[in-house]
Each structure stands twice: as C-alpha cells, then as structure tokens.
Write a protein that binds this ligand. Structure first.
Ligand code: NAD
Length: 343
C-alpha cells in the first residue's frame, strides 16, 4: 500500500469510498472528483497512478483484484462506507472473449461479494449501455427511442454479457442482503476524460474531433457520450441519495445531447436499418439515451457538453459552433425535457 493509511487521519466529512479501477480512464476523474467533493478516497488498481494524477490525500492500493482473497483483504483493510467497482476489461473484443467474460464477471462477483460480507453500506458497480445489444450482427431495433432503463437488454458479445451479469450480480446481492446494504449499477455512456477534450485519443484510438467529423465512428455507440466529471458528479449524488431511493437501481449516465453535428433523427436511419420511424423524436441535439431516471430519482443532470468542453485543434479543424453558456444550458434543458419517458 502507498500513501496514508485509513487509520492515521480522521475520516473525511462524506465518509470513505473505495474505488476499484481508480487509475483508469473513468476512474481517474471519479477518484479526483470524489476526493474534491470531500470523501476520503481509496483507489485500487493494478498499478499506482503517477505522482500528481490524484489529490495528495488519495490513498492508493496497487493490487490485482483477480488474485484469490484480494478484494476481501483490501476492503477489510480500509473498512470503507462505500465501494464503487470500476475495474474491468473495458473495451469489447480487446481480449479473447472468454478472457473478457471470466475477468469482468469474476471481478464483479468477488468485489461485490467481499463488500457485502464486510457490511459495506453502499455498493455500486459499473455496467455499460452495450448491454442493450446495438450493433448485433443479427440486427437490432429497440422498441422505442430514446433508450431507457426499461429497454430490454440483448447483449451479443462477452463484454456486454459480462456487464449485464454485473447488473444481475448487483441485483442478486440486493435480494439477499438488501436489508443491510444499498446497491446500484450505472451504465456510463462513451466516457470522455478531461484530456480528451484537449485532443488526447479516446478509448477507440481517435480524437473527439475526429469522432464528430466522421459519424461512422460514433454511430456504433449511437452517438452517446458523457464527460467523466459528470459521471463523478452522478456518483457523488448517488452516494448521497441511494439510502432514500428503491434499492438495486440501474441508471444510464450520459450527456444531455448527442455527440453529433446533425440531429439523430437524420443520422441514425443511415446506420441502423429500418430505424427511421423509431427515431423521429430525436430532433435537434436530443441523445439516443435518456438520463431521465437519474434526474427523476436523484435530481442529477449532466452539466457538460462537447459544445462547451471541446477545444478545436486549430484553424483547419471543424468549425464548431461555440454557443454561450446560456445557449448550452437551454439546449441541455430541451434535451432533458425531450427525454422524459416512463422508467
Ligand atoms: N470508458 C467508457 O466509455 C465506458 C463506457 C461504459 C462502461 N464503462 C465501464 O466503466 C469502467 C471503467 O472504464 P474505463 O474506461 O475507466 O476503463 P479503463 O480500462 O481505463 O480502466 C479500468 C481499470 O481497471 C483496472 N483493472 C482491470 N483489471 C484489474 C484487476 N484485475 N485488478 C486491479 N485493477 C484492474 C485497470 O488497470 C484499469 O486502470 C469499466 O467497468 C467499464 O466497463 C466504461
């Protein structure tokens, strides 16, 4: 272990949160955001993050959570008030299918099991929008757009299946131990970290600007995205409110608009056969994924948009509209209203 120990200073005002996968693309923003919000944060990852990545008081544990007993040992050592499980192989087909399935499902089960057995009060696991099954080689059409938490999952690869299983594991522990601990899962859209707005490559290797310029790059994810800091804000709100909402909920966490320069009503039918009649409501900047459930149950809404965050790379870059903050707020409010559907 590195950094301070959980025993040598007073607990932070909001309690201790242990984040697995804290050194990852999403984890770095979550660890930093929660530390800045007043939590004591323990980041667990295979490798220690370089100096300066996290605020100085973040505790780092370097450990392989696939090793027998490690999740239990580490959670027991820190006795956190909450566990947020992010560690996973996060990219579909980035490893053999059975490796992705074995890794992600084992990590989800053993981390949630250890947290449950140790009586952690709040236990959250990362899922993914891919559980819905878009992009399936056999074809895919949802019952309706925008997509919500009630859209039927139809995973078609090991990654999506492992994330669906993580949700089921969360639900299983809710059923067996929900009288003692609070559980939730969340499905972050395509995560964009702060440095990626400045031109660093995204999870898929291209830049955000390239993703906007070529719709075929964002189409496989249905033009979804979310700023990693908005995910951190969501988790902060979830941690504060999960004691007062029904136990075992799953939430989409996405931006209030789409990662596209054209309305999805025009774009999606070009990429998804026969989707035209279903996408008519996705006018203006409306995204394919609704975050209305998180807004309704938690009062959370995304605050950041590519329109406010992206730094165009130079004079030859796309001529992005740079609306004022007020314009962006109005667009997000419109998008949010347009997505209000039943959970
Ligand atoms: N990035 C996205 O767009 C996105 C979208 C939907 C869901 N998610 C989910 O969010 C979570 C975080 O994604 P990310 O993009 O930050 O991924 P990432 O690959 O950047 O980070 C995952 C982290 O988990 C760690 N890890 C993996 N196996 C481990 C092990 N055995 N022991 C200890 N640490 C281990 C890795 O070292 C890495 O730092 C994942 O569960 C992913 O499935 C991400």
């Amino acid at each position: 272990m590195t950094g301070a120990t959980s025993l040598d200073h007073t607990p932070a005002a909001r309690g201790t949160v242990l984040v697995t996968g804290g050194g990852g693309r999403l984890g770095r923003s979550v660890v930093t955001g929660l530390a800045e919000a007043g939590y004591e944060v323990v980041s667990v990852d295979r490798d220690r993050a370089p100096e300066g990545v996290f605020p100085a008081d973040v505790i780092q544990e370097a450990a392989d959570l696939l090793t027998d007993g490690e999740p239990f040992r580490i959670i027991q050592a820190h006795r956190p008030d909450a566990v947020i499980h992010l560690a996973a192989i996060a990219v579909p087909f980035s490893a053999p299918e059975e490796v992705i399935f074995n890794t992600n499902s084992r990590l989800a089960f053993t981390v949630l099991q250890a947290a449950t057995e140790l009586g952690v009060g709040k236990i959250i696991t990362a899922s993914s929008p891919t559980v819905l099954g878009y992009g399936a080689p056999s074809g895919w059409l949802p019952p309706a757009f925008p997509l919500t938490e009630t859209t039927p999952p139809r995973p078609w690869n090991a990654y999506a299946l492992s994330k669906y299983l993580a949700e089921q594991i969360m639900e299983m522990f809710t059923i067996s131990h929900g009288e003692r601990s609070r559980y939730a899962a969340f499905r972050p859209c395509f995560v964009i970290s702060p440095e990626e707005w400045l031109g660093a490559p995204t999870q898929q290797g291209h830049t955000v600007e390239e993703r906007l310029a070529d719709p075929s790059l964002a189409a496989p994810a249905l033009f979804n995205y979310v700023d990693a800091r908005d995910v951190s804000d969501f988790l902060d709100v979830l941690l504060q409110k999960m004691g007062s909402i029904p136990n075992g909920q799953t939430f989409f966490v996405g931006a209030g608009d789409s990662l596209a320069t054209e309305p999805l009503a025009d774009l999606l039918p070009r990429f998804i056969a026969n989707s035209g009649p279903l996408t008519e409501s996705l006018t203006g900047t409306r995204p394919a994924f609704s975050v209305d459930k998180a807004h309704r149950l938690l009062g959370w809404a995304p605050r950041r948009s590519w329109r406010s965050e992206l730094q165009p790379s130079g004079p030859d870059s796309l001529s992005f509209a740079t609306p004022s903050t007020l314009d962006i707020a109005a667009e997000l409010a419109t998008a949010s209203r347009g997505n209000q559907v039943n959970p």
